[in-house]
Design a protein around this ligand. Structure first.
Ligand SMILES: [Zn+2]
Length: 331
């Protein structure tokens, strides 16, 4: 485990403030920039028996426990994994349970194993439901001495005010685009710029997106959006029925790009498909385009429900293809 190159300055500030760290720190910023890793590294460093300013030693028993995932003075609370991969747009589908919170509250009533710090990393904090948040409040407000809560949030506006008010907030930023692209190249990503654009500049998200099978799915789906009149839309929806959230994310970004292109001539997300976006934007009807975009965006709420994903996706694709006459894609 280690920090990402763009986290050095923030790390320095945190380690210099060791004696003044609050008992609850909320690390917030966009998804995919390494906030979770930063929180874990901070916890490891606080628990380390021989820490330096650079970080945890990596050698002591505490660091080894941490490495093996079984440190007795540490808890990581995340929503329980589901069998299906977490999908974009599938917000609120995975929750931290009340039982998970109660276990941590109970853990903090015991004395620390090492007699030193105890740390709890909770992420993402927006996956705390009302009941789980309420179970946490008292402990979050007055934790035992030498206890630190590290909450991680991609969407702090979705946190309950009662949670927010008990944390000191720390904004975490990602790297500049050039640095992010250079880092991705070091990870053997061949054309990082287009993946970074699609990921809104978040390097870890872009790295996930560089996975070859996903790249192939993306190209296949975007080819369908570029030429909907040549597609069997029902079959296309069938191919993506297990990954409706992913397809929804592409369709929404594609429509964003078409709208943006009409307004400014620019493309934000699919810079490697700029020509197809321009083609789609030519002659489109803004009113119908906006209406379709809003409808499909709002339909994203269904992604967390166990509906028939194929039918849902097919209805979006038909809606999109019907824009075709205006989009100019049917010529
Ligand atoms: Zn150590």
């Amino acid at each position: 485990m280690s920090l990402y190159p763009w986290q050095g300055e923030l790390w320095r500030q945190l380690t210099e403030a060791r004696a003044r760290l609050p008992h609850a720190l909320l690390l917030h910023g966009p998804a995919g920039i390494g906030k979770r890793e930063l929180a874990l590294e901070l916890a490891r460093w606080l628990l380390c028996q021989t820490p330096s300013a650079a970080g945890a030693c990596g050698e002591c028993p505490s660091c080894q426990w941490f490495e093996q995932g079984g440190h007795p003075d540490f808890r990581l609370i995340e929503p329980a994994a589901e069998s299906e991969p977490a999908e974009e747009g599938k917000k609120g589908g995975r929750r931290i349970s009340v039982e998970q919170v109660r276990e941590v509250v109970e853990f903090l009533t015991l004395t620390s194993h090492q007699g030193g710090w105890r740390a709890v990393v909770l992420q993402p904090a927006e996956s705390l439901g009302m009941a789980a948040a309420n179970a946490l409040l008292k402990t979050l407000e007055e934790p035992p001495p030498k206890t630190i809560f590290l909450l991680v949030s991609h969407q702090p506006r979705r946190l309950l005010p009662t949670i927010l008010s008990r944390c000191r907030k720390l904004a975490v930023a990602g790297p500049e685009q050039a640095a992010a692209a250079a880092w991705l190249r070091d990870q053997a990503v061949v054309e990082p710029e287009s993946l970074l654009a699609e990921a809104g500049g978040a390097p870890l998200l872009a790295l996930d997106h560089a996975e070859p099978e996903r790249l192939a799915r993306r190209e296949r789906f975007l080819a369908g959006l570029a030429r909907p009149e040549r597609e069997d839309l029902s079959a296309l929806a069938g191919e993506y029925q297990q990954r409706v959230g992913e397809a929804w994310g592409w369709l929404i970004r594609w429509l964003c790009d078409v709208l943006l292109c009409r307004a400014t001539g620019q493309v934000r997300y699919f810079i490697d498909h700029a020509e197809a976006i321009r083609q789609a934007a030519r002659g489109a009807d803004d009113t119908r385009l906006w209406a379709a975009y809003r409808q499909i965006l709002s339909d994203g709420r269904w992604l967390q429900h166990p509906l028939n994903g194929q039918l849902l996706l097919e209805s979006w694709l038909i809606r999109y293809a019907e824009l075709g006459a205006e989009l100019g894609t049917r010529r």
